[in-house]
Design a protein around this ligand. Structure first.
Ligand SMILES: Nc1ncnc2c1ncn2[C@@H]1O[C@H](COP(=O)(O)OP(=O)(O)OP(=O)(O)O)[C@@H](O)[C@H]1O
Ligand SMILES: [Mg+2]
Ligand SMILES: [Zn+2]
Length: 226
């Protein structure tokens, strides 16, 4: 009996595959349609900062956000627009601790299950690109360029060089040309974005202004309030 119970508790299928639900294919059939399996969604979500991983629109404190011109409308727009129809993103600007990354993560989670979602801190992305360049290792920038939704966290916090500007321009330009929604957070004020990138500033900021609505998150530093 003991043995039988043990065998029962050992799910062979589960030991064979990392995900017993999709058998590591990444897709499952739901009502006749192939949809992304939960294991894949979990993998997308792993890119979010752990602190903000569970962020949703409902979990936000709106006492300050309600004062941000147009932000509520933008959030409602995300709530009712499926990712396949979403063409416009947002540029969330403001001082530290205003909730920019938190909101970006809530937008991300709102679209979980609707396509390829990528969240990346711009400085990390640049580091990955440089590493791949120097060591000739494989890094597929196209995964970020072509994602159905891309979140670029902390744009402008990276040290700008000609190379960095070129890479940022390429990503933004690709997404602009292909009408792919991009969410950007930055400490840099809308007007200063241009001068932050001495080479491609005009080209970068002009594209962003058409592909994303800009929101100014002022108010309190939530980190200090805690
Ligand atoms: N509207 C909000 N509701 C609840 N918590 C919030 C809100 N805004 C910010 N916070 C909390 O404040 C802290 C800072 O938020 P967040 O990391 O999003 O700031 P940020 O604007 O991205 O700052 P930085 O520019 O330094 O990256 C987090 O712990 C976050 O959960
Ligand atoms: Mg942030
Ligand atoms: Zn799976």
């Amino acid at each position: 009996m003991m043995y039988l119970e043990k065998i029962d508790s050992l799910n062979i299928a589960e030991t064979k595959y990392k995900c017993s639900l999709c058998k590591d294919i990444g897709y499952i059939l739901q009502n006749g349609n192939a949809t992304e399996c939960y294991c894949r969604l979990k993998l997308y979500q792993k890119a979010l900062p752990e602190r903000h991983r569970k962020a949703t629109f409902d979990s936000l404190d709106y006492s300050n956000l309600d004062k941000v011109l147009g932000l509520k409308e933008a959030i409602n727009y995300f709530k009712k627009t499926p990712l396949s129809k979403l063409q416009k993103g947002v540029y969330l600007q403001g001082e530290v601790g205003r909730g920019k990354t938190l909101i970006a993560c809530a937008i991300f989670n709102n679209y979980l299950g609707q396509g390829t979602l990528k969240f990346v801190v711009v400085d990390d992305l640049i580091r990955k690109i440089k590493e791949a360049f120097n060591k000739d290792t494989e890094f597929n920038i196209e995964i970020y360029m072509k994602a159905d939704l891309l979140i670029l966290d902390d744009l402008g916090a990276e040290r700008t060089t000609e190379f960095v500007e070129g890479e940022i321009y390429n990503i933004i330009n690709y997404r602009y040309n292909n009408k792919l929604p991009t969410i950007i957070t930055s400490n840099i004020n809308w007007n200063d974005l241009e001068s932050n990138y001495p080479m491609n500033g005009k080209r970068i900021s002009s594209r962003i202004s058409e592909m994303a609505g800009s929101f100014n998150l002022n108010g309190i530093d939530y980190r200090r309030k805690k």
